[in-house]
Design a protein around this ligand. Sequence first.
Ligand SMILES: Nc1ncnc2c1ncn2[C@@H]1O[C@H](COP(=O)(O)OP(=O)(O)OP(=O)(O)O)[C@@H](O)[C@H]1O
Ligand SMILES: [Mg+2]
Length: 265
Amino acid sequence: MTTERDREPAIRVQNLQKSFKELHVLRGVDFDVAPGSIFALLGSNGAGKTTIVRILSTLLRADAGTATVNGFDVAADALNVRESISLTGQFAAVDEILSGRENLVLVAKLRHLKNPGEVADELLTRFTLTDAASRKVSTYSGGMRRRLDIAMSLIGQPKVIFLDEPTTGLDPEARLEVWQVVKELAGRGTTVLLTTQYLDEAEQLADRIAILHEGRIIANGTLAELKQLLPPAKVEYVEKQPSLEDIFLALVGTGAKAETRKDKS
Ligand SMILES: Nc1ncnc2c1ncn2[C@@H]1O[C@H](COP(=O)(O)OP(=O)(O)OP(=O)(O)O)[C@@H](O)[C@H]1O
Ligand SMILES: [Mg+2]
């Protein structure tokens, strides 16, 4: 049965503002993320994606506006927010000298779980890292590190997980592996907010996509909804559907590029 609380957004951001000295990075950001959904935050370099993630994960204070995560206010109730979330930053936070299993056991112990070994083994299986479990992380590939990093962030079963550019620098195969993991997470009811530079990643993964530009969310919707923001391609361009990249470039004001691309096809 769905209770009132389940229908509440897992993340609610209202009029969020943040400046660094004269630089107004966030100028009033609003969005909601439904529980168990995957929400992708898109934006150019320096748009403020990481700033939003840091505010939502209580690492940074907003200047104005409110944000709640799992029903808790990030400013007033930081402790409860921290217990509800995990954060995987852009660079893997794994310990190179330890083995994969040791990393997992360490985090499980830090989280005061009763059976750290079991927790580690279960995650190793789930992330197909069992064969590499006792190898030092320094010998892992980028994709394996990412998977381990995400596995570590799942210990303690956070309700909401933040993935800041989870696949940057990964090869296509490793990206697919991470996508699989993210989909599985959402399938189990975890809410995922991810930032990405890869528009195809958002297309593939996200239930909703928001575009952050000049300090505000300038578009927010399902892929189908975003596609409707662009006029359908002219008749000459037979059945050319706009890609998310076309939409993104048109919305952030580099529409000329999108047109050039279309002309070529
Ligand atoms: N602690 C800080 N002090 C000063 N400026 C900062 C600080 N943190 C971020 N900024 C600036 O705020 C802007 C937004 O940064 P942020 O890291 O949120 O962008 P981003 O969207 O995550 O970019 P990227 O795609 O490159 O990761 C940038 O201009 C950045 O230089
Ligand atoms: Mg960033």
